[in-house]
Design a protein around this ligand. Sequence first.
Ligand SMILES: [Zn+2]
Length: 107
Amino acid sequence: MVDPETGRRTRVDAVFNPKHKDYFRVVNDARKTIEVMSNVFPAWPYPYSHETVVDGLSQMEYPMMVNDNPLEDVAESIELTDHEIFHTMFPFYMGINETQRAWMDEG
Ligand SMILES: [Zn+2]
């Protein structure tokens, strides 16, 4: 539930190699990130219907999708998942030029 006023929801998926055990937890970490973004900090109803976390070779954000390499350390995995999903707000939703002002969306 991303907007209690309207009842709007966001679907969260993870696409991964089952050999990467951390990913069995990542989908729930991603769901919690969107829930907290929407209801606690910054309490901004997540604007999109879907978010997918892809088990990839890098750490990169795309609109409604993030590419996160597997990480064995739980704290690092949670930080990476949170960080990349927050890029939905900075720069994508805010429209910041991330090439010229990377400090704004990476900070
Ligand atoms: Zn980043």
